[in-house]
Design a binder for this molecule. Structure first.
Ligand code: 13P
Length: 262
């Protein structure tokens, strides 16, 4: 047994990819109980909304949780095209992504909107997975910490530090998403430690327990060195999560690290 304070969480964000058959293929990978054997790794699938009922049907007792990629900040009402947190709960969602950089950049989600979505998820009893991260330009300007601190602050100010008792933060540098250009383990560790320090200023105990995932071109080939970093508590995989073998290989890497196998 390893000595990590936090077990690993390995999640797959399918974005607007995948299929009904893809959900079934993932469930089939569990035919021999492979997922349940990963007892030190929490697996989560974030498929498109429409596949959530199928995830509920065929991942129900796999040990893998499922969640949505987005949620409305409103409880109910005249918001055509939106999906509420309560509706996601009805389909067994355990968590929900909020503030993914694609939502921020392509759909104009502000820090304030993201904070309200975080709160909506929390209030419905789901774990918000708050995505933060800087663009290439912001990194080159030396603004990484300022950007990440601002994104965290918006949520801390609205929801309070206690809301992070059951929340996850995903550090996803925008320049590493879908580009094949992964952050180095040191770059990831630096920002993860910074995120934890920001949360610790609000509540040290809660900060110590929060899972901070890395996302951005994570795959089998680079997972081990990233997950070996002390403040990297798992991964949020995009492209690599669409391939069952690749996704499971990252999960097995996390299990081995958690067991202290080198
Ligand atoms: P990639 O793994 O495809 O770079 O995507 C990461 C991501 O955005 C996960 O949310």
């Amino acid at each position: 047994m390893g000595s990590r304070r936090r077990n690993f969480l390995v999640a797959g964000n399918w974005k607007m990819n995948g299929s009904l058959a893809g959900v079934q293929a993932l469930a089939a990978a569990n035919a021999d109980g492979a997922m349940a054997r990963l007892n030190l790794v929490q697996l989560v699938l974030f498929p498109p909304f429409l596949y959530l009922p199928e995830a509920q049907r065929c991942l129900g007792d796999s040990g893998m949780a499922w969640g949505a990629q987005n949620v409305s900040e409103h409880e109910s009402g005249a918001y055509t095209g939106e999906v509420s947190a309560q509706m996601l709960r009805e389909f067994g969602c355990a968590c929900v992504l909020v503030g993914h950089s694609e939502r921020r950049a392509l759909f104009g989600e502000s820090d304030a909107v993201v904070a309200h979505k975080f709160l909506a998820a929390s209030r419905a009893g789901m774990t918000p997975v708050l995505c933060v991260g800087e663009s290439l330009q912001e990194r080159e300007q030396g603004a990484t910490e300022a950007v990440v601190a601002r994104q965290l602050r918006a949520v801390l100010d609205l929801a309070g530090a206690s809301a992070f008792t059951d929340a996850v933060v995903a550090y996803e540098p925008v320049w590493a998403i879908g580009t094949g250009a992964t952050a180095t383990p040191e770059q990831a560790q630096d920002v993860h430690a910074f995120i934890r320090r920001c949360l610790a200023e609000a509540d040290a105990e809660i900060a110590a327990g929060v899972h901070i995932l890395y996302g951005g071109s994570m795959k089998r080939a680079n997972a081990r060195e990233l997950l070996a970093m002390p403040d990297v508590d798992g991964g949020l995989l995009g492209g690599a999560s669409l391939n069952v073998d690749e996704f499971m290989a990252v999960a097995i890497t996390a299990q081995r690290l958690a067991q202290g196998v080198t």
